[in-house]
Ligand binder design. Structure first.
Ligand code: NDP
Ligand code: OXD
Length: 314
């Protein structure tokens, strides 16, 4: 019984060594080590390559290094009967909320405007409105969206959420399903995307969506914050909307192609705030703790937590 690391763009050795310390009785290998494909019972995976599942005939559980599993569920050779378990962790949730709160605050307090003023050495005492007049709309009210919504609500923002199924979260106005999407957009000044990437949510951040946001309330125009996946955004539309005033500003942590291509027009826009997919990392300590406890539980009782619904895509 062996746990295989299949981690693209991440140090497999570092993770394998940390897992080995936590589970001395389990054989743990990277793709560089010697092992037989049939001995693999557990797979720890990030950005699976084309051959990721080939020959893993005795695989019992797939653990995702990421909270988002779009790269796994769309894999054409994903074994149908093997559970996929995703990364759910309080530290990761806290990091994402930190990112969202920082960026919502930045747009609410009109940082783009004051940066421009600073560049011109201009002292213009424009006072932003208080938080309770700002409508934040969060797409996705799961593990991450719910926490961000609650913390923003605590800070005094007027928060609404949009999800697939109806929710009841104290203090949060709730919209659900495609039928209520336009209503949700129409009341939103700052739109935050914390959706999983699925065929239904692909390119949801597009000009058509931006034009439906509440206008005339934030002085520069409505703003967006995307910390979910680059596949959610039409980057051509974002660049156009940031230039023609449909959007006042955008914070983007994720991109269609990562790293963001050098010739992307987004780099040069002073109302586009780019971070390199760092909103919330799956930390080594937390990952080792999560997977170790899941394997221990699974070996004892066959139970697993945070199993993905592959047919739904998240
Ligand atoms: P969850 O699965 O816990 O929550 C997903 C939410 O999205 C749910 O509320 C779900 O609705 C809603 N949703 C899904 N499909 C639709 C739809 N078609 N229409 C409306 N709502 C929909 O995910 P997490 O909160 O844990 O994570 C969200 C995403 O964040 C991840 O998939 C990942 O891509 C991204 N991420 C990015 C990171 C970064 O560093 N940039 C770090 C970690 C995650 P319902 O509740 O009704 O099912
Ligand atoms: C994740 C990510 O999905 O880091 O966890 O993007």
């Amino acid at each position: 019984m062996t746990l295989l690391m299949h981690l693209s763009d991440v140090s497999e050795r570092e993770w394998a060594d940390a897992f080995q310390k936590a589970m001395p009785n389990l054989k743990i290998v990277t793709r560089q080590d010697k092992y037989e494909r049939e001995e693999i019972k557990y797979l720890y995976v990030w950005k699976p390559e084309a051959d990721a599942f080939d020959g893993l005939d005795n695989l019992e559980v797939i653990f995702s290094l990421g909270a988002g599993v779009d790269g796994i569920v769309k894999h054409p050779k994903l074994p149908k009967d093997v559970p996929v378990v995703r990364f759910v962790d309080d530290e990761l949730t806290q990091c994402m909320t930190d990112y969202v709160v920082a960026n919502v605050g930045m747009h609410h307090r009109q940082l783009t405007r004051y940066s421009r003023e600073q560049n011109q050495r201009n002292w213009d005492q424009y006072y932003p409105e208080r938080a309770s007049t700002i409508n934040v709309g969060i797409m996705g009210l799961g593990q991450l969206g719910k926490d961000a919504a609650e913390k923003l609500n605590f800070l005094g923002y007027n928060v609404a959420g949009w999800s697939r199924s109806p929710k009841a979260i104290a203090g949060i106005e709730e919209f659900s399903g495609t039928a209520e999407f336009d209503l949700f957009l129409a009341r939103t000044d700052i739109l935050v995307c914390l959706l999983p990437l699925t065929p239904e949510t692909h390119d949801i951040l597009c000009m058509e969506t931006f034009k439906k946001l509440r206008c005339g309330h934030l002085p520069g125009g409505p703003c967006i914050v995307n910390a979910a996946r680059g596949g959610h955004q039409n980057e051509h539309d974002i660049a156009a909307a940031l230039q023609d005033g449909t959007l006042g500003a955008a914070s983007l942590d994720v991109f269609k192609t990562e790293p963001l291509l050098a010739d992307s027009p987004l780099w040069a826009l002073d109302n586009c705030y780019i971070t390199p997919h760092i909103a919330a990392i799956s930390g080594l300590k937390a990952g080792v703790r999560l997977v170790t406890s899941q394997i221990t539980q699974y070996e004892a009782s066959g139970d697993l937590k945070h199993i993905v619904d592959v047919s739904r895509g998240y």
